[in-house]
Design a protein around this ligand. Sequence first.
Ligand code: AHG
Ligand code: MN
Ligand code: MN
Length: 340
Amino acid sequence: MPQQVTVTEHLLLHQKRIPGATGQFTRLFNEIVLSAKIINREVNKAGLVDVLGFTGKTNVQGEEVKKLDEYANRILIHRLARSGVLCAMASEENADIIEVPHGLPLGDYVCIFDPLDGSSNIDVNVNIGTIFSIFKRVSPEDSHLLSTDVLQAGLHQVAAGYVLYGTSTMLVFTTGDGVHGFTLDPGVGEFLLSHPNIRIPEQGRVYSVNEGYSSYWDEPTKEILEYFKSTDNNRRKPYSGRYIGSLVADFHRNLIYGGIFMYPADNRDPKKPEGKLRLTCEANPMAFIVEQAGGMAVDGRNRILELEVENLHQRTPLFIGSREDVLKVREIYREHDAKG
Ligand code: AHG
Ligand code: MN
Ligand code: MN
């Protein structure tokens, strides 16, 4: 019988390897795992109970918020605030940094999350996810929390991951020691190690992008798409196009099969020239995961993990996936920049 390793066991092993580890991180992670199970339960019921439809409110990004987004956000904030190991949180759904309520114990970690990603897919029973990113505070423990504790470059993440509510529910994460995937066994209610040490193929065969917006793209992006669709690329045949419209689901497929996900800059909305995705709660965690799996993530020109974070809801173009494919993106941007 194969050995069944739970997330908790995996983390305890990880903790043993870190000198001076206090167990705070494992505590934090356990709260994320429990939140994921609770959100998963509600996601599974979405077609049955009256949680579908719009709430009529808009979030800080000006987007409509669905009820499950609010629910997932509330669960994460509630559980994480009580973990005793965080000094602050930030969510895609909240305009400002979320402080741990007065009277609750504090710790050294910061957690940033997208509670429900791909939420426009909820009503049609298509995969959605939760994304999280974890940092350690940089200011001294007993001092006032600074915005720089939360606005750290992605390079400083100590862990990042996502939960995919799909045909089965998966938790995929990295603590800087490779990428590991766990599948929820609904019978026992545990995430069991199913995908140890995931490596993304060097060269993909899929491109994922919302091609409906191609007339809004810059020239390099248009050329990049031509490249992937051409018979004259590295593969000598066109890549397959696959786009779910849930970053977590599109990313996960490409992580396993190889490929590239793109949400480029576009000139659709002058207020959002950097595209749609957020650096802190979407691009950074996915970039950390892909690099740990042997892939790459850039904004066209720069490595995502090195981008300076100026505000919580900053957006960035994102090209992420198999190494060879992302290198090609950077090469095309460089050629355009050289031409001026
Ligand atoms: P969210 O539901 O958290 O707002 O994120 C949705 C994102 C992402 O999951 C997906 O890749 C992208 O929006 C799809 O956007 P388009 O509909 O513009 O393609
Ligand atoms: Mn999202
Ligand atoms: Mn979201």
